[in-house]
Write a protein that binds this ligand. Sequence first.
Ligand code: GDP
Length: 447
Amino acid sequence: MFATLSDRLTATFKNLRGKGRLSEADIDATAREIRVALLEADVALPVVKDFIAAVKERARGAEVSEALNPAQQVIKIVNDELVQILGGETRRLRFAKQPPTVIMLAGLQGAGKTTLAGKLALWLKDQGKQPLLVASDLQRPNAVTQLQVVGERAGVPVWAPEPGNGVGDPVGVARSGVEQAKKQLHDVVIVDTAGRLGVDEEMMRQAADIRDAVSPDETLFVVDAMIGQDAVSTANAFVEGVGFDGVVLTKLDGDARGGAALSVASVTGRPVMFASAGEKLSDFDVFHPERMASRILDLGDMLTLIEQAEKAFDASQAEEMARKLQGKGGKDFTFDDFLQQMQAVKKMGSLKSLLGMLPGAGQMREALDSFDERELDRVQAIIHSMTPAERENPKIINGSRRARIAKGSGTQVSDINQLVERFFMARDMMSQAAKGGGMPGMPGGGG
Ligand code: GDP
């Protein structure tokens, strides 16, 4: 995610390290480098200009600070300005006072609207809402079926045209969808609309008609972060043609540049509200400008990490683990517990993305890229090949048992040796930590 920009900016700050104070020449040189970094990452020119002007002005005015050295001051200024261009404060979804809340999705074909509809629906459902998905994209041949598939995966019903029920009339489908939601007491309606490959009058008119028919509480403009500079012009066309309240950036996983997408909020004056970084329904979250800025500047994103951990580990489970680890030198902690913790970690997302949120992760990008997520599956397969007695009391896993487990899990005896050794090490470490009053740690999965 924004790797190029991140690398360039952190390199710039390195040059400032060790400076006692910032001279005018330092500020100019730094501003120039930041400018190149932003332009190379595809950030739109007007945004770059404002950004650089603001950074220069603030750097000149920066007071001699006891707490921050010059490099840190510049990082802070750049961080603040990044937060600003991304929309400032986190903009949360606004729910209508009188349900249902109607959310309309607009954007080009392929932007990821249909996928996003499913992600948003699941996200809302997890918060106790009862969304209804409405298939008003009747342009793309498979769009309705595709929405039905994501709806099923999210466990959310889909309102789609049936013969005699407004076939070919997206406005009618949208209107009847909202009616249906009212009847069935759905509190949120998500209307998926048709896009085209490029900006097109007919598409805009249809989207505007749907908007007029359902009066959305929130219209979200969905934009593919990989389309580069076109993101800005497309966004402007949608502001004109339909109008929208917030931006959703998709495909952040696939992009190294993505600066154009970063410009959309600034250019349109509409905040980025959500971000999607993968094809799975769970690869989706509220967009926090502050956290994204931290990540771009490689300051880490501990808040997101903590939130994900809270979602994955329930409190009673954590307490139980702590109890097992505190007594008897951790001997009550079994392979089943190990497995359970590993599965909780997996629920938090891919290990690569988790490690990527640590401060300084930018420095170990190569190691992260070569990390094999399947290692976790392998460990899981090995544990599944153990008998209950072996999981309960790993000490009994002798040579012949190891050979059997290796055969059962399609691995080598050396893999079993490594895992058993690692299990005992992890248990010791976690048990030490738990005695110190800390939280139980997590077993390492990587080899
Ligand atoms: P629509 O035409 O706007 O409805 O777009 P779709 O939802 O059909 O998405 C187009 C393609 O992009 C599909 O193949 C999706 O699986 C893929 N896609 C959507 N969101 C993401 C994302 O965040 N990351 C990646 N890598 N692919 C995505």
